[in-house]
Design a protein around this ligand. Sequence first.
Ligand code: UD1
Length: 357
Amino acid sequence: MVKVLTVVGARPQFIKEAVVAKAFQEMGIQEVLIHTGQHYDANMSDLFFSDLKIKQPDYNLGIGSGSHGYQTGMGIMRIEEIAVKEKPDVLLVHGDTNATVAGALAGAKLKIPVAHVEAGLRQFPKDMPEEINRVVTDRVSRFLFCPTLLAIENLKAEGITTSVFFTGDVMYDLFLSVRQSVDVGKICSRYAVTEKSFFFATLHRDFNTDHPERLRAILEAFAEISQHFPLVFPMHPRTRKAVEANDFGHYLKLVTVTDPIPYPDTVALLSAARCVITDSGGVQKEAYFAETPALVMMEDTGWRELVDMGFNTLVDANKEKIVSGALSKKAVSEVSTGLFGNGDAGSRIAGIISEAF
Ligand code: UD1
């Protein structure tokens, strides 16, 4: 039986893991799960495990918050110990967080083939932590599972052409299955909004939260937008700390601020919103799955095809662009099918791993 050691640590990885774990189970692949503990609040972690029916981790490292060096270094040490003991055939990592790069480096140095789910994404600025994590992880991976054709092109441009697979995006698989079962109207009423008459925003990137001028510009935009339409804003713990430290709470007087929300609620609100405003890689793409345009508060994005198609718009931390983008009634282009695969990325990944051993 093929044995996979999987590393997760942060919220977007729990979402991706839900799909891969199910496919492994269906294909008879044994999976041992490590949670680094990078995200530890109940509404950032436990809730996702229960809502998405992910098995409890076999190992919880409890590493928690800290500097990049601390999170990555502790991750490498602890994952290495477990990998030596478990002797997996493959070490699997998701996405671009510190848990991803820690798992990839631990596996590669032990000569365990590393599988990277969501390989090949690239964006500017090149010194953002997630971009560093992506480049390093792809460099040492043995299986590169790409969500889009652009990701394959990005790898090719860096000379990485072997063991590169177009699988489609595991987040698309999950979105489709959850979208079928959520009651959008009921969830909207829980947040006191009605379909197509509110905005949905998320904000957590360090380049926005940790620079007071950028954070102020974004929050001023939120304040202005919320004078016209309800704005639902589940606040990431990093952002909450930055808002408090800068005493910016007054910008959010009219905004519906919540704690981080469950995945089914996110799916429903993304589907019902007029427009999404975000700096999250996952949310800008899920907005597209939901056929709702997104304003992306980044200088560049790993999901560039959505901007090139005219579906999403880059607004960086520019107040005017955020406000005018949100309040203008821009016609959006059609959702094109197949861009993120066919909703079977999880079983493709399991199939490729199963065939290789
Ligand atoms: C991390 C990932 C990012 C991903 C994001 C999703 C890295 C470099 N970044 O960013 O790619 O998009 O997760 O959320 O790995 N905190 C809590 N409770 C929690 C989790 C975090 O209070 O459950 C606080 C921490 O104390 C810390 C801050 O939030 O001060 C940031 O957490 P961290 O895990 O370092 O980075 P994220 O911004 O969450």
